[in-house]
Design a protein around this ligand. Sequence first.
Ligand code: GTP
Ligand code: MG
Length: 200
Amino acid sequence: MATSGSRAANRRKHGGTAVKIVVTGPFSAGKTTLIRTISEITVLSTEKDITDSTRSRKAETTVAMDFGRITIDRDLVLYLFGTPGQDRFDFMWEILGEGMLGYVVLVDSTRPDSLEEAVGILAAFRKMARVPFVVALNRSQGLEPADEDRVRAVLELADDVPVVPCDATDRESVKSVLLALLYAVVDQIDAPTGATAVTG
Ligand SMILES: Nc1nc2c(ncn2[C@@H]2O[C@H](COP(=O)(O)OP(=O)(O)OP(=O)(O)O)[C@@H](O)[C@H]2O)c(=O)[nH]1
Ligand SMILES: [Mg+2]
């Protein structure tokens, strides 16, 4: 006889949905940090020492991917894939984007060039899949309307794309970024023309 406990375990194993979320964005935006902050498993990272001129900004960079996991509830598990930020590793973007439900574009709000770098990355991701995404502004204390307007203009965002402030080192903040993305996914499923975009 199956107890309710074993039924629940079974459901977790067989009935829960695991979805893939990608965290992308420019060099040093905080992608690896964000995934390490929220993951319930030890993050698999592929960081290597930097040897070129960008070394002055930090010692290591992601060369292939980060991988983490967060359980939202019994029925929903997010697998988080972080991309490299340097475009010499951009061949990984498409590999990591395969089958994603949605993605986060993380930008360092303290560096103007980070937003400029995000333009090309976002163009590549938009071309790859018409799935929902959110733009998260790391290292920002709140979000001034003028800052949001600038981000929306530079990235040419539609009104329904969320722009959210973020602290990649803070678990609650990272959680709110992921929830904003999940709400955007649900909104797109609910929208009359959205269902095909999510699956296509
Ligand atoms: N204070 C502060 N530091 C941060 C935050 N996010 C990241 N950092 C620091 O910024 C540096 C870069 O963060 P990473 O997580 O390596 O950035 P990344 O986007 O994975 O970088 P690449 O993989 O090289 O593109 C690290 O030294 C982090 O500790 C943040 O929200 N606040
Ligand atoms: Mg990284």
